[in-house]
Design a protein around this ligand. Structure first.
Ligand SMILES: [Zn+2]
Length: 514
């Protein structure tokens, strides 16, 4: 396999060399918040150099301090520490972070440079200090990186158990009286726990190239060239420490035109099984079908499976590439999102199937400020949309999706700490049953997995043996994530069947003769 190493770049250097931080929010019809572009660098962002002033700042306080590793997570609000239980999402150890502090000035504040000093204290007693001086002449604003005190932390600087403290200082001697409450945060003056989660978080995805050799189309997608973009988008939009992408050596070869992308699921499941794929691995078929859609779809995920090992064979999805690299990468993240258990997110004017009714933000908006650790873009809470919606302007992760993915990645990564239970392969009968009454698509998946035993999916199939009594077989039903159909799956027990029905549907007899 063409395994790819993870890219390690110091965010700090990128931020300092990129005074302009374009924002992907201006192109949206969503609620405008004015220009989100950073200014042209009037702030003094000279990084770690401290003025060594010991005079606390006058007339300016910190209102909100947030950690952003993809979505903003406030850890100070109204000057006070926000305990972990009240936070909108988790902070990931071993992942870069942008820490931003927003100021509030008193009416008589004279524009001048103010220094913010961040002190991080680790469990082993070591400390990390950073300092930044900003010329404060305007209200603080989240849509302009220069109108906040900001610190960029590299992977090693974000560790579980660390405490933080931020204090504001004058850079020139001041004769004004000291404020009654010193500008040291959290406000009680004691360093507080950042609340960084310690769990390992990894995403492993195998890209399966699809060689198309059907009439009128003979193509191979440029998987190797797309790998970096795919990894960047997956990493930026997921709370993970690493994304490991590999390209499967052996492609899937298609010599007949596909009726729909559902036809990709059986070969992808077979590829998983042939490779002895691990339960936490995702398989993604990448295809150039000489078209922008097959039966109306540019991407398809088999299911939104529960976080259990038995349904590992369901972690397959596919998507097209037709020359638009960003579209292909966005489709990849969206389809893998389904495999991470995410349903669609509603947004106005787009008819996404079965949107999740629990999504908390209006109109599919992401709800909090997003930040791309690799593209250094800010994403506006009311102009950017969750990537599980069909509104592609400012396509980003909400804090809600972020939290769901954090739980999912944590669970799947935890399986990678020992031997998985060895299971013998068995045949699972799969049927995709369209709502419109057209013919179901059936296939047999031979897999070490099984059907979901979770209540929301569990069903019973009734099989009648040859000259034998009717017996119940474990089965499951789920709605497809993309499209209008129900999928049934039945664990065949290896014993001959003369007839089988599941969900009131009779299975074609020729499928039972294996
Ligand atoms: Zn979808």
């Amino acid at each position: 396999m063409n395994a790819m190493s993870n890219r390690a770049q110091p965010l700090h250097a990128l931020l300092l060399s990129t005074l302009l931080l374009p924002c992907a929010c201006g192109d949206s019809g969503g609620g405008g918040e004015g220009s989100d572009e950073a200014n042209d660098g009037t702030g003094d962002d000279d990084g770690d150099e401290s003025s060594e002033s010991t005079e606390y700042a006058r007339g300016i306080t910190i209102d909100v301090l947030e950690v952003n590793q993809g979505v903003a997570v406030p850890i100070v609000a109204g000057g006070d520490w926000v305990p972990g239980i009240e936070r909108n999402s988790a902070i990931v150890s071993g992942r870069k972070a942008l820490l931003r502090a927003y100021w509030v000035t008193e009416p008589d504040f004279e524009p001048r440079e103010i220094e913010a000093r961040l002190t991080l204290t680790y469990e082993d007693g070591s400390t990390h200090e950073e300092s930044i001086e900003v010329f404060v002449d305007a209200p603080s604003s989240p849509n302009d990186i220069q109108r906040s005190f900001y610190f960029d932390l590299v992977e090693e600087e974000v560790a579980s158990g660390m405490d933080f403290s931020v204090a504001l200082y004058e850079t020139e001697p001041s004769s004004a009286p000291l404020p009654e409450t010193l500008p040291v945060y959290p406000l009680d003056g004691a360093p507080a726990a950042v609340g960084v989660q310690s769990e390992p978080l990894e995403l492993e995805i195998v890209i399966v190239p699809v060689h198309v050799q059907w009439p009128g189309c003979s193509t191979t997608p440029p998987a190797a060239e797309l790998l970096q973009l795919f990894e960047d988008m997956m990493y930026m939009k997921n709370p993970t420490q690493s994304v490991t992408l590999s390209i499967r050596d052996e492609p899937i070869v298609l010599t007949q035109t596909l009726g729909s992308l559902w036809d990709m699921m059986a070969p992808l499941q077979a590829a998983r099984e042939a490779d002895g794929a691990q339960p936490w691995q995702y398989y993604y078929g990448l295809m150039d079908g000489c078209t922008t859609g097959i039966d109306g779809a540019g991407g398809m995920a088999f299911s939104t499976p529960p976080p259990t090992q038995e349904v590992d064979w369901q972690r397959v999805a596919t998507g097209l590439w037709y020359g638009d690299d960003q579209w292909a990468a966005d489709t990849f993240v969206h389809e893998v999102g389904h495999l991470q258990g995410l349903a669609h997110v509603y947004c106005p004017g787009k008819d996404a199937d079965d949107p999740d009714p629990e999504y908390p933000h209006d109109d599919g908006e992401i709800g909090v400020w997003g930040f791309g650790l690799r593209d250094l873009q800010l994403y506006n809470p009311t102009a950017a949309h969750d990537y599980m919606s069909y509104c592609y302007s400012g396509n980003w992760s909400s804090d809600w999706t972020w939290t769901k993915n954090w739980n999912r990645i944590r669970e799947l990564t935890s399986w990678n700490d020992g031997a998985s239970p060895a299971r013998a392969p068995q045949d699972i009968l799969v049927g995709v049953i369209p709502d419109d009454g057209s013919d179901p698509l059936w296939w047999i998946a031979n897999t070490r997995g099984g059907v979901s035993r979770e209540d929301e999916h569990a069903a019973v199939a009734l099989g009648r043996g040859v000259d034998g009594p009717t017996r119940a077989l474990p089965a499951a039903m789920h709605r497809v994530a993309d499209g209008d159909a129900t999928v049934v799956s039945v664990e065949l027990d290896g014993q001959p069947l003369e007839a089988l029905s599941v969900g009131g549907l009779d299975v074609p007899a020729h499928l039972l003769s294996r």
